[in-house]
Design a protein around this ligand. Sequence first.
Ligand code: MTE
Ligand code: HPA
Ligand code: MOS
Length: 784
Amino acid sequence: MNEPLPVGAELPAHGGVGVALRHESAYLHVAGEAVYIDDILEARGTLHAAFGLSQRAHARIRTLNLAPVWAAPGVVAVLTAADIPGENNVGPILHDDPILADGEVQYLGQPIFVVVADTVDHARRAARLAQVDYEDLPAILTIEEALAHGSFVIPTVRLERGDAKSAIAGAPHRLKGSLRIGGQEQFYLEGQIAYAIPREDGDMLVYNSTQHPGEGQMQVAHALGIDAHRVTIECRRMGGGFGGKETQGGLPACAAAIASRHIGRPVKLRYDRDDDILITGKRHNYLVEYEVGYDAAGRILGVEFMFASQCGFSADLSGPVNDRTVMHADNAYFLPHVLIVSHRCKTHTQSNTAFRGFGGPQGMVAIEHVVDEIARHLDLDPVAVRRANFYASGRDLTPYDMQVEDFVADRLFDELEKSSDYAARRAAIRKWNATSPVVKRGIAMTPVKFGISFTATFYNQASALLHVYYADGSVLLNHGGTEMGQGLFTKVAQVVAHELGIDVDRVRVSASDTARIPNASATAASSGSDLNGKAAQAAAREIKARLAAFAAERFGVAPDSIRFAANSVAIGDVKRMPFAELVKLAYYARVQLWASGFYKTPKIHYDPKTLRGRPFYYFAYGASVSEVAIDTLTGELKLLRADLLHDVGRSLNPAIDLGQVEGGFVQGAGWLTSEELWWNAQGKLMTHAPSTYKIPVASDVPADFRVRLWSRGENVEDSIHRSKAVGEPPLMLAISVLHAIKDAVAALGDYRLSPRLDAPATPEEVLRSVDELRARLTHRSSAG
Ligand code: MTE
Ligand code: HPA
Ligand code: MOS
């Protein structure tokens, strides 16, 4: 034991930072063995719940006859708002979001009551039997109606820098127009679900598929009218969240807990897929109006935007979502004079919420539309106009007064333009189109710049708890982040393994649990690994410092001569021993073998009233080139090739990051091309199943898909190992798909007219755009 091990005798530890490890649950995922909430073995006496949903968009409930529900087979209880012991609210910011509608319904699909039965089937069948006498009230169903009525969930916000009106009026060229941008259903594979288990003396345990266990704990405590320390929320993993479980996982948690408290038995509530889509909020759809003044090179001199988003019946996260739209209406471009007005429209529809990009994508689609319009009106290559407007030195202040200090979109553009062969392909496509009357091709290159940090500064904090077991030196880590498939647990385990110099499979990350980490922020804003990685690193460093101090004293060497690597500890030149052995010695010497870590993002500050400050620690960047073909007789569309180049800084895990880039892009392409939400005149969302709501499938991934992480990426800020957040930004690489489609439509008019194309560019919308352009061409030729 006292013989020093020869240097190099042991293999380096496996799976530290920067290694392309598979997802920690990859095998469990593919084998179907990963435990999601509905897979948890049910406790004795478990009952199942279902919501009874409003059939009207806006109505007063005159009478609610639940007798037929009570009489249905297997029913144990039926609960209404009157049965909620505490507060009837799940609104995360404003208290305008009832758990169960009380007297008035505000959207079609709103939960009115909960029925609890012996089986899922009995509960769902019984839920449909209520007899509700509605007195219809006027319903506001669209952005236009909301604007006309001044119907808003929160007040309008204005951001002004310089004098946009004069800059536009004095510009050599001017354009104005409008654009519609559709919403998007999160379509996580695992639907919303909670499983509440009563514990002794009124305590409550809730297994919940949620991105924000800490908030769920608070909501359940308030709904039950008990202290937060009596409520535990646990989530090992979600089958996807995509923002849809940032707040809205709280509703099933509250309802299951209320029912469980009422009956005294475990209650599980899992939404049926159609109900899930009817009940929950989505990405906000927008109406955008703009006016821009620019010079002959296409440089923007002044721009005005009016954003109006459909928030639905309650505020939920609409404030910060719309703020992020405002703060991404520049994308990668310097806007010298700018005025942005942002209306947050209240409608009698689902309460829209977070979705990957959190309002940013809509702002970016808007400015990319403006830049593309400028290019088409000047008959310039849109890529040249994009370049002309990029942030640059002396032109580096965002509309919200943050200095852009890490701009690399220009370098990504240069690299991708070459590697994708953009210029030659653009020329070839134009030639090809000249001889192809029906099928037209199009190509576009767009940049991404995305702000990283929660705009609400206080959310940018995280805690971790690290245990080392003396039995074998294995490590258990807990942090406040949640795993939704994005690979957070894998990355954080790598950070800890790297710090302690041990194999990554010596580190296990346990389920997110409010009893271990209090007050954790939502895993959102792409900041999961930035925040929790740093917190875990801090905890690991503390353990390391304690072990080093102990070893230094025991073996009479300086603490800084102790190194942790290759699953062992080198103690000066004196000695080397396995990590587990030092842990055991330390335990017997009564060294504390657990540590906590805390992190808060430095440098950031932001005033939500004026929308000014430094809301983001840094920016993530990317660039993409998409090539499409459209059939101008049917509107059909095929994405032929996509080249993506994305900056993840120094990647913590290139395999996971690549997956995030690919998945984000495909999800973004679905948003902009095939996913269409459609409400009928009564306010019923008719696209509430995959039969009518088309998310991308494997065959929608382009056959030629060239995805690269930027090899020169490095965070200029002191982020975890100089990596960059990757969860949301790649979604916006898909904006090039929309512009490639527009380019293809423009071919019909020999690129002399700019097509009118809204998002999503579904086949119907492409055909409408084609017909509209053709009509303008006919009008032109008959007039001329
Ligand atoms: N990737 C998968 N597989 N599943 C998800 O639900 N959510 C996205 C993104 N990538 C999501 C995902 C969203 S909306 C965010 S904010 C980030 O992951 C959150 O995780 P992170 O902060 O750890 O990147
Ligand atoms: N992004 C995502 N989620 C959030 C944010 C944000 O900026 N702010 C509050 N929740
Ligand atoms: Mo992601 S929209 O910030 O959950």
